[in-house]
Design a protein around this ligand. Structure first.
Ligand code: AMP
Length: 174
């Protein structure tokens, strides 16, 4: 079995979670597997090893798992993007639309210095709305987005098109 299929075998499909019609990609078996976690992190990090970012930015909450590990692997810092009301210092916010209603993400106003090159990390791109909002937030506080790294891309939802012209590397595509 090739590496992508080996990793895919550690991801569990949970139908109708969190609501009817969604097939949730449950990565907890991959995280619990010592080879699965380290393989996924190193393969995600390898794409950016020759041209390293200054910072990795990860989005709450599964983006923290891969973001911090990739930051450590690339020897750069990590900055969290969080849901409203979680960050203690002054923040900037971006609101974005969901299928029903809207959501919001926040970053500390001083988290990124002007011109720092940022690698955006999350576990999964579906519609791309979360990543697009996260990218807007980073740009708003002065960061320069060099790329996006995710474990999983759900290809039929058009996330890549929504996020726009930035290099996107997805380790596993469905
Ligand atoms: P989106 O904004 O639609 O690209 O959704 C991305 C965010 O929602 C990511 O942070 C994922 O963790 C989560 N997500 C969306 N769809 C799924 C899915 N089918 N399985 C697991 N997580 C998902």
């Amino acid at each position: 079995m090739g590496v992508p299929n080996r990793l895919k075998s550690m991801i569990r499909d949970v139908p109708d979670f969190p609501k009817p019609g969604i097939i949730f990609k449950d990565i907890t078996p991959l995280l619990a597997d010592p080879c699965g976690l380290s393989l996924a992190v190193e393969l995600m990090a390898n794409q950016w090893r020759d041209d390293r970012p200054d910072l990795v930015v990860g989005t709450e909450s599964r983006g923290f798992i891969f973001g911090t590990a990739i930051a450590q692997s690339l020897s750069c810092g990590f900055v969290p993007i969080r849901k409203p009301g979680k960050l203690p210092y002054e923040t900037r916010s971006v609101k974005y639309d969901l299928e029903y209603g809207s959501d919001e993400v926040q970053i500390h106003v001083d988290a990124i210095s002007a011109g720092q090159r940022v690698l955006m990390v999350d576990d999964l791109i579906a519609t791309g709305g979360t990543m697009k909002a996260a990218c807007e937030l980073v740009t708003m506080v002065g960061g320069e987005i060099m790329g996006v790294a995710v474990l999983i891309e759900l290809m039929n939802l058009g996330g890549r098109e929504l996020i726009g012209p930035v290099p996107i590397h997805a380790l596993l595509q469905y």
